[in-house]
Design a protein around this ligand. Structure first.
Ligand SMILES: Cc1ncc(COP(=O)(O)O)c(C=O)c1O
Length: 424
């Protein structure tokens, strides 16, 4: 029989379960009817051999399966600025769809330099200090692969974004973990003294911090900068939430502290800046010698990023209108709405100075149940998905905090509060 060819303008057939089917990772390994079972792959790297599906996938999967409200995974309900989406569409039809330059469209690199100059006081050379990547995730991978040699020690702060540890370990790094705790999630001199040594090669800082929603205070940044200089360590700064800060706060990059420009890799994400998390356009900013190393890894990871999305992001950064004030103002309003509803329902809510996330202290709310158990009960029995913050710890987890995403429509937030009140 001739192979069935799908027309280019057609739709791929979908299983009866729709997109949710993609989540059943087991399906890929299951033999088709009548075939011998597949054998275990013989040489999976130990870092990835038993890695479970992320908690975000797990909770979003349950939310889809059960028709629950999803305040788990961090993505907005809103589809993002229409002007940028139009630009991307125009660029797709009228612009080039061939490989753009490896370091990114010159127009986008200039727009990134201009944006960071205006908003964060950075002086970046678009040709030598900026590389466009396929999201912050690729930027992180390029940084870890190019800067870590086997045995190098890497200082990381828990709670940590789930991609860090597997990638650091795969690159051969030896993690040295600092444990941050609520309500302030701050570090101090003694905590840094305990992990920094002559073997420290890198430190990974995420500020504003997902999941805690805190913006690292200047005093703590200054302390960390001192340690980086003293131990000749490089800082990988995951600043994807830099544009999402509230209550008049300003994001201050570690790169601006004395001695840090030459030893910092600053990572940004247009997906977060413009609330279009699927776009996966990120930026690496670093002094030229570091940027050369980062580019060497980037060229063999993805090499480039879709040119139409790059063009649209350049447009958004060059002509943002009031986006960078209106967007955080709208989110701040949503944060306040969710916080007020939760407080009224008797929950103890922690401060959120940035990101899409608000945290609830379960113990202080009178709930004597670990975060994961509460989250599973909330999604299964009450139809609202959230993320247990313990999932962001590799060891000695904080187990009484629940993360909720407030980048949602008012009625969704209100309904979620009602359901959470019942779960309480
Ligand atoms: C702290 C942090 N780093 C990196 C990422 C990934 O960013 P991107 O989607 O640009 O790869 C996220 C996404 O939520 C994040 O919260």
């Amino acid at each position: 029989m001739a192979p069935k060819i799908l027309p280019l303008w057609g739709r791929w057939p979908r299983g009866p379960e729709g997109a949710g089917a993609a989540l059943d990772l087991g399906a890929h390994a299951r033999p088709r009817h009548g075939r011998r079972p597949y054998r275990e792959p013989p040489m999976v790297h130990p870092v990835f051999a038993d890695l479970p599906v992320t908690v975000f996938e797990e909770m979003s999967g349950l939310a889809r399966e059960l028709g629950a409200i999803n305040l788990g995974q961090g993505f907005p309900d809103d589809q993002g600025p229409i002007a940028l989406r139009r630009k991307a569409g125009e660029a797709l039809i009228e612009g080039s769809n061939q490989y753009p330059p490896m370091r990114g469209l010159p127009q986008l690199r200039q727009a990134v330099a201009g944006h960071y100059g205006r908003t964060q006081g950075l002086d970046l050379d678009p040709d030598r200090e900026i590389i466009v990547t396929s999201g912050a995730t690729e930027a992180l991978a390029a940084a870890f692969l190019s800067l870590i040699s086997p045995g190098d020690e890497v200082v990381l702060f828990q709670p940590l974004y789930d991609a860090y540890l597997p990638m650091v370990r795969r690159a051969g790094g030896v993690p040295r973990l600092v444990r941050l705790t609520p309500p302030h999630w701050r570090f101090d001199q003694a905590m840094l003294e305990a992990v920094f040594s002559e073997k420290t090669k890198l430190v990974v800082l995420n500020s504003p911090l997902n999941p805690a929603g805190v913006v690292t205070p200047d005093e703590d940044l200054a302390l960390l900068a001192e340690f980086c200089v003293r131990f000749d360590a490089t800082a990988v700064c995951d600043e994807v939430w830099e544009a999402v800060v509230f209550d008049g706060r300003a994001h201050r990059p570690l790169m601006t502290f004395p001695g840090m420009h030459e030893r910092t890799v600053k990572i940004g994400s247009a997906g977060k800046m413009f609330g279009m998390t699927g776009w996966k356009v990120g930026f690496l900013c670093a002094a030229p010698p570091l940027a050369r190393a980062l580019a060497s890894a980037h060229q063999f990871l993805t090499f480039t990023t879709p040119p139409n999305l790059q063009a649209a992001v350049a447009f958004g950064l060059e002509e943002p209108g009031d986006w960078f004030t209106a967007m955080p103002a709208g989110l701040q309003r949503s944060r306040d709405r969710l916080a007020a509803g939760l407080r009224e329902a008797g929950f103890a809510v922690l401060d959120s100075g940035g990101t899409y996330f608000l945290n609830v202290d379960l113990t202080a709310s009178g709930i004597d149940e670990p975060d994961r158990a509460f989250a599973l009960r909330a999604v299964r029995e009450h139809g609202v998905a959230a993320i247990p913050v313990s999932a962001f710890y590799a060891e000695d987890a904080v187990t009484n905090v629940l993360r909720l995403c407030f980048a949602k429509a008012d009625d969704v937030l209100d309904a979620a509060v009602e359901r959470l009140a019942r779960a309480k």
